[in-house]
Structure formats: structure tokens, C-alpha cells
Write a new protein. Structure first.
Length: 343
């Protein structure tokens, strides 16, 4: 990477293309991030946005997001085709339509020149390795630029208040379901007994009254219900898995199912962040909860992050054949569940 020197210090030069798409916003430079997230999870995408915002913020660019497709979160009943705008306000209030008629537009790319390695982002060789400095930088971007759509924000705040009340609550995010599949470069999942063991330790340390559990796995939920009974609180209207199926995979007969999948994750993240402490493992949901907590200007009394090594060998999720094998497994699980329902 070429460098130049200013006042004795080296700075990185960037090879960035600026295109003219029209005559609007002549005095602004706008970074346009267009995304097809494929089969990626919601919080991995969220952290990706924060990575891109860190770059544009450092460079002095305005920013606009156009989340154009996703295997899980496209809601056909919503007229707006930008999934980002289902849930969030644009960072600078720009519309995609106006940006695509603007004079100075940078089409975002996943490269060193475009800041992809300036702060943590998913999908790289260092995936899941987030430093405290990364958390601080991502939290700054969350605080400055990510704002939930006003109606959804009020709905989520109301539900959090109703669920948590005035109790002191320990948050637990327990990743299960498809995490049990042998994915390469992903953390080896934590056993249920270990989650409960660490929850017990953390409850005693902070003296919490209740446990809020966010999980994608019904088996984990049942174990926590048996252990904590009336002390356990959780959202009952969340889609979860009974096996190794990714909880957002498969059609469910409920109104605006795909929109609600995203809303459920956002609600879980903000509820986790509203608690006094958190027990978790390496996952993007728990990372986002920690980022949102920092962005609020507060800190958890305890962050009990259960360590786990990354699996070096396994299914490569960049391989379409591997993805087909995983989806065949999930489809069989859905068929078996339907057969069980008919009995």
C-alpha cells in the first residue's frame, strides 16, 4: 500500500473511484453501500454496516445503505425494497433514489482501499476476533449513525419495559441450532450445562433478580425454564429451532414473517443491552448487544464471555455445494417436524 508523509508521519493513500450519476448533491461525496447478504445473519450484516460507517466517517463521506436482498429478511408485503429501511433510518437522511442521481458517488467495495480492514468486520480470516478497541469504534458508529425507525423504536422500548420492569436482570445469549453444524472458521458451540454454570456464577456476582434468555434454540430454552422457572424471562413470540436448522430458515405461516424475523433480532439485541450483565459466547448477536450497550454510554456490570476455540476444519460456507448440503439437512428437519405435527 503506497504511503505519503505529512509532518513526519505516514498516512495511507486510498485508491477509490468516484462516479457521476447525475447532478444532485454537487458539494457532497456519498458512499453507497449496496448489499445482497445471501444467507448471512442479521447481526453479522449489522456489524458490517458499522464497519462501512467507520470508513466513511473517517474519510468525511456521507453514507447511504441499500440492502437489496437476503435469503431470510425480504418481506414481499412491504412496498419498500430496501431491507435496511424496514428497520432503520438512513444515517444522513439520503434516499437511494437521490444518491443514484448525485454527482460524486463512491460505490462501496470490500477491499483494503475501502477500509474493510480498518475495524472489525465479519467474513474475514480474523472472523469473531473482536478487540476492545474494535468494540469502542463500532459503538461510536452505532451511537452516531444507527437509529431505529421511529414506530419500531417505540414498540421495542414498550416491550422491553413490560418484560424487564424494575427488576435487576442478567442477560444470557445462548447460541444453538445451526451452530452445532461443523462450520469451518466458526466457534465450537458451548454446551447447555456450561451456559447454566456460568449464568449461576454471574447471578451471584451481580445479585440479579431474574434471567433474560435470548436463544435461537428451543432445547436451550427448555433447559433454562427447568432451571430458573419463574426467574426466567424471555420473548414467547420468537422463531426458534428444535434441531440444527437455522431458526430463520423455512417458511412460517404468520403475517410478515420475514420482517418479524429481523424485528425479533433487533428486539433481542436491545433487551440484552438493557440488562445489568451478560453471559454469552462468541456470536454476532452478543457482539451487537455489547456494542449497543457501549453506544448508550453505559457498561455491563459483568461481561461473562465464555471462550471457545474456532473450528479449523469443516463446512466452508463460501462453497455453494456445502450450503446445499446444509439446506438439505434443514429441509429434512422441517419435513420431519411436519410429520410429527400430523401425528
Amino acid at each position: 500500500m503506497p504511503t505519503k508523509y505529512v509532518n513526519g508521519g505516514s498516512i495511507r493513500t486510498r485508491n477509490i473511484s468516484v462516479v457521476t450519476l447525475g447532478s444532485q448533491n454537487p458539494n457532497k461525496t456519498i458512499l453507497l453501500t449496496e448489499r445482497d447478504s445471501g444467507s448471512g445473519g442479521f447481526c453479522a450484516e449489522w456489524i458490517y454496516w458499522l464497519n462501512r460507517l467507520y470508513f466513511s466517517d473517517q474519510m468525511g463521506f456521507l453514507h447511504c445503505f441499500n440492502w437489496i436482498d437476503s435469503q431470510f429478511f425480504v418481506e414481499k408485503s412491504i412496498e419498500n425494497k430496501n431491507i435496511f429501511e424496514y428497520y432503520f433510518e438512513q444515517p444522513y437522511g439520503l434516499t437511494v433514489q437521490d444518491v443514484k442521481k448525485s454527482k460524486n458517488v463512491i460505490i462501496d467495495k470490500n477491499s483494503i482501499d475501502y477500509g474493510y480492514y480498518d475495524v472489525f468486520a465479519p467474513g474475514r480470516n480474523d472472523d469473531y476476533i473482536v478487540t476492545e478497541e474494535d468494540f469502542d469504534k463500532l459503538a461510536q458508529m452505532q451511537r452516531k449513525y444507527i437509529h431505529i425507525e421511529s414506530g419500531l423504536k417505540k414498540e421495542i422500548e414498550r416491550e422491553i419495559e413490560q418484560l424487564l420492569g424494575a427488576d435487576k436482570v442478567l442477560a444470557v445469549h445462548a447460541r444453538g441450532a445451526d451452530a452445532k453444524i461443523h462450520y469451518a472458521n466458526h466457534p465450537i458451540p458451548i454446551e447447555i450445562d456450561k451456559y447454566i454454570e456460568e449464568t449461576e456464577k454471574s447471578l451471584k456476582i451481580i445479585g440479579a433478580d431474574k434471567v433474560f434468555l435470548a436463544t435461537d434454540d428451543n432445547n436451550i430454552l427448555k433447559a433454562f425454564m427447568n432451571k430458573y422457572q419463574e426467574k426466567l424471562i424471555y420473548y414467547k413470540d420468537v422463531e426458534r429451532s428444535d434441531g440444527v436448522r437455522m431458526s430463520c430458515y423455512g417458511e412460517v405461516r404468520r403475517e410478515q414473517h420475514h420482517y418479524r424475523l429481523g424485528k425479533e433480532i433487533i428486539k433481542d439485541v436491545y433487551t440484552l443491552a438493557a440488562c445489568s450483565g451478560i453471559v454469552c459466547s462468541a456470536s454476532y448477536v452478543s457482539y451487537m448487544a455489547r456494542i449497543v450497550k457501549k453506544a448508550s454510554g453505559e457498561n455491563f456490570q459483568i461481561v461473562n464471555s465464555i471462550s471457545s476455540s474456532k473450528r479449523k476444519k469443516g463446512m466452508n460456507l463460501t462453497d455453494p455445494l456445502a450450503i446445499k448440503k446444509v439446506e438439505a439437512l434443514w429441509n429434512q428437519e422441517l419435513k420431519d417436524a411436519k410429520k410429527g405435527d400430523r401425528k
